[in-house]
Design a protein around this ligand. Structure first.
Ligand code: BLA
Length: 517
């Protein structure tokens, strides 16, 4: 049986996502050799758009396909430092008589420095001029400034994105520390069932896909039922490798994900990455029940909106953390003060207000020092704490140890799960420990479909395929033997206290030694 963590797309017979060698059929892709812009590779739907046979295309240059005045502008643009200055290039193709079709041409160079041109149909009624993007963003930002908490902020993000794009459903999806994720906010058609608050397993968005999304911030699938078209020739003649499509717009999504969307009843999707400190924090996921195309300009507007609003959200998160950190810093200095006033540092930690418990918002704590135990709050018995310390000594080397599910690591903890399903411990020296405890909190996690059956492994024609689950119906999981998690600021505070105790113990030992002389 496959473990969720072990899903590795590269172990399957299909190629890694970014070199899939296929694009979605709503656009055309050309690979060009600089500086003459000779056609090296093309998507197999190119012939029908330009009316040129495939075998002829490879002899051509871009100037054989477009009007000369367009070529001059493009060549000048390609000399610029950033291709953002020319994107998108409006490209007119003459059809019969005076008829023109207009494309948005988007250039980028991939990791191998290969120039790629992607043509998408330019849909004029959807183009929003710069000024309206500006007004939109300003209106959203005004709303943000009036909003205090992060929950409301998330709601505004999905409302604004739904307003500009008109998708049937817009969700804000956040990744948890354990790799799973959940829907924090949702705006949708009333008739659709809600995904708000539902959790989805890590395997729904495998690691290689996440890596790709940290680089390519916006992706569209205008029609989840369309047939992909291949890139010809498959191997790039300059690199002798399949074309790297990491930052392509048209890249065809992995078939597994297409199936996932079919199973969810999604006809088209738009996904915007939310990046915090270089890491993928979450996604804005938009679904439509039917095919829907979103133009380059509108996508850029969404990306911009996502970035601006999200930076506001990150700032709020940090402020909330900051207030708590300040409170813990205050507790910490009080403890240091008490410890230095008392003859025995342990009295300083437990006899005053605030005390050791306040440093990590724990319900119980124990100090094991010189073979003696001091317990405060709700803790296991002295005997149980003693055995736990023996276990810590034999298993833990680090400066700090923490878990929100002690019984899973240390089976004896089943007996005192009501006081210590969570443990945070710092060794003061080899035999001495300070420990904090948190009780079991039984939680119900609502999943979008049974996470134990997130996918099926299918064998066909000698190859292995993963198939996503068919049902996304609410699946309730009761999580036991788990406490509330220890927060980063609490772990930091414990580590700081460790330093202070070590200093004080050393000083008190020094003073004792002087007295003895
Ligand atoms: C991609 N999976 C994704 C994406 C999302 C999800 C948002 C990004 C899609 C995009 O970039 O357009 C998952 N979508 C969700 C979730 C919700 C949602 C959780 O709306 C919740 C409401 N997926 C599987 C299995 C595999 C898999 C079994 O379920 C097997 C390997 C793969 N998902 C998978 C892959 C991608 C993906 C490979 C990347 C698709 C691509 O860009 O090629």
């Amino acid at each position: 049986e496959l473990e969720l963590q072990n899903i590795n797309l590269t172990s399957l017979k299909e190629p890694p996502i970014h070199v899939i060698g296929q694009i979605q059929p709503y656009g055309v892709l050309l690979v060009l050799e600089e500086p003459e812009l000779k056609i090296l590779q093309f998507s197999s739907n190119t012939s029908s758009v330009f009316g040129i046979a495939p075998e002829e295309l490879l002899q051509k240059k871009l100037e054989d396909l477009l009007d000369p005045f367009q070529i001059e502008r493009i060549k000048a643009g390609l000399l610029e430092e950033s291709l953002d200055f020319i994107n998108p290039v409006k490209i007119w193709l003459r059809r019969k008589g005076d008829d023109y079709v207009v494309f948005d041409g988007v250039f980028h160079r991939n990791a191998d420095n290969i120039l790629i041109l992607e043509l998408e149909p330019a849909i004029s009624q959807e183009n929003i001029p710069f000024l309206s993007i500006y007004h939109l963003a300003r209106a959203s930002i005004n709303r943000l400034e009036e909003t205090g908490n992060t929950r409301d902020l998330c709601q505004i993000i999905v409302q604004e994105v739904r307003k500009v794009t008109g998708f049937d459903r817009v969700m804000l999806y956040k990744f948890d520390d354990d790799g799973h994720g959940s829907v924090l906010a949702e705006e949708k058609l009333e008739s659709m069932e809600s995904y708000l608050g539902l959790h989805y397993p890590e395997s729904d968005i495998p690691k290689p896909a996440r890596k790709l999304f940290s680089s390519n911030w916006i992706r569209i699938i205008p029609d989840t039922h369309s047939q992909p078209v291949a890139i010809f020739p498959a191997v790039n003649p300059l690199t002798q490798r399949p074309l790297d499509l990491t930052n392509s717009i048209l890249r065809s999504p992995y078939s597994c994900h297409m199936e996932y969307l079919h199973n969810m009843g999604v006809g088209s999707s738009l996904t915007i990455s939310l990046i915090k400190e270089g890491k993928l924090w979450g996604l804005i996921a938009c679904h439509h029940q039917t095919p829907k195309y979103v133009s380059y300009e509108l996508r850029k507007a969404c990306e911009f909106l996502g970035r601006v609003i999200f930076s506001e959200l990150s700032a709020r998160e940090e402020t909330e953390d900051y207030d708590y950190r300040m409170q813990l810093t205050y507790v910490q200095s009080a403890l240091v003060e008490y410890m230095s006033q008392e003859e025995n540092f342990i009295d300083g930690l437990v006899k005053h207000q605030p005390n050791l418990l306040d440093l990590t918002s724990a319900q119980g704590a124990a100090i094991c020092f010189g073979g003696n135990y001091t317990l405060i709050g709700q803790t296991p018995s002295e005997e149980e704490v003693n055995l736990l310390v023996q276990w810590l000594k034999s298993t833990v080397d680090e400066e700090v140890f923490y878990t929100d599910s002690l019984p899973q690591l240390y089976p004896d903890a089943h007996n005192f799960k009501n006081v210590a399903s969570g443990l945070l411990a710092i060794p003061i020296s080899k035999r001495n420990y300070v420990m904090w405890f948190r009780p079991e909190v039984i939680q119900t996690v609502n999943w979008g479909g049974d996470p134990n059956k997130a996918f099926e492994v299918k064998q066909s024609n000698g190859s292995t395929r993963l198939c996503p689950r068919k049902s996304f119906e609410l699946w309730k999981e009761t999580v036991r033997l788990t406490s509330l998690p220890w927060r980063y600021v609490e772990i930091k505070a414990a580590l700081e206290l460790r330093k202070a105790i070590v200093n004080i113990v050393l000083r008190q030992a020094d003073e004792l030694a002087q007295l003895a002389h």
